[in-house]
Design a protein around this ligand. Sequence first.
Ligand code: SIN
Length: 503
Amino acid sequence: MRTDVVIVGSGLAGLTAALHAATNGLHVTVVTKSMLGGSTPMAQGGVAVALASEDDPALHARDTLVAGAGLSREEVVGVLTREGPSRILELIGRGAHFDLDDQGNLALGQEAAHSRRRILHASGDATGAELMRASLEAVRRHPRIHLREGVFVCELLVNDGQVMGVAAPGEALVASATVLATGGVGRLYRYTTNARESTGDGIAMAARAGARLQDMEFVQFHPTALDAGGDPLSLITEAVRGEGGWLVNGAGQRFMLELHPDAELAPRDVVARGIWAELSRGQRVYLDARKLGHRFARRFPTVARLCAEHGLKPETDLLPVVPAAHYFMGGIAVDARGRSSLPGLWACGEACSSGLHGANRLASNSLLEALVFGARVGDDVAQAPPVRPLAVPALRRAEADPALEARLRELMWRHVGLVRQEAGLALAQRELEELALPPGSSEVCNMREVACLIAASARARCESRGAHYRSDLPDSEESWSHRRVVVEQGRVEVREEAARCAS
Ligand code: SIN
């Protein structure tokens, strides 16, 4: 089958790219291995955007650079913050509804590490679901966008270094432009807030095709996933702590008071490691939001519903929490137009790494990233020259192997998670490499490939920075603020970069 643009992945970034490419007159096919939506509908947090009169894109950029801990690329951050307001207005034009204040204006919330009120929400804590609803309706109405569910893409079609589409069992989609929008890697970890589909497929495929990857050591863990069973775990948005929720251990102590002046509102990685330390001591950790009383259900209807599914009432019960893999800052290296190192291949959303988030993503920046850079990709693919069809390899999908997957996720959680050190990373890398994989293409094969690259990149960064914390090298080193860990043709290398941002 031939099309102008094939997009793998149907979250907000993929659908935004599809809408822009189709508006530019291209025929677009969006394929997804399960059902439309990706992880986006699970996003409770909001969209950060400089819309208030006392705000400015430059202030939003400054906050993003500080969170990135010296590794964010300033020009990419500038694009996000300057183009963000137009993308939000575009989305409102497509019918998205954001929460309004008493005067009927967009309600702009405040969040830790944002210096101004700039967080838009929809229905309190259902922002991702609303953005997907509006985007999916627009995509379904568009005559040049063809949606296909249940297609497991195994490999990129590559000829002489040029990407020419994708191959799935029994079929190929030949395209002038191939866009990977396959989301993140949360499923590599025992505990995650991500959808089951977040197995790093696009990143693994791009790596096998020889595309450059970068920043693979940076995995962000959310401090408060509801530890009441389920896989993925339900997220409890950090806005609950913003509204006064406290963290206590089994003895009722507010342990964050001793760890950081901002206590529960300290940066996400600090809070997550504080909880990890308590759990490692055999304590359970709870979020105490009882003081919000009946306000809780009004302000956080999604979280209240998720708690109720586990028989918990936030107004009377302590909520057991555990940190969980939440967002991947690494991925397929792209420029500000979403172009990868391979001609014919673009990437957007969590699958890509443009250097926007640096070593740590500022909360509520990822939905905006999907909108801004999805749109840029959709505009840029119009430049792709046509390609000729080529011979397609015969591909087979292997059976799922839940035991193998569980072993991999446990190794990553224990040794390549929140707190790392050389011996554990080396052990994990060795054991991951030795896992006996079933023949054929499979998610667990992609997970193993990406897991090995995360472990190797974490070993290569000999310091702690942002979300990458090594207990054997706990300090950030000035010399490492100019170094990026990249994967080129499957090899992990450390590259010097010009210093780019103020912290
Ligand atoms: C949250 O609301 O805690 C998550 C939001 C985000 O990760 O950006």
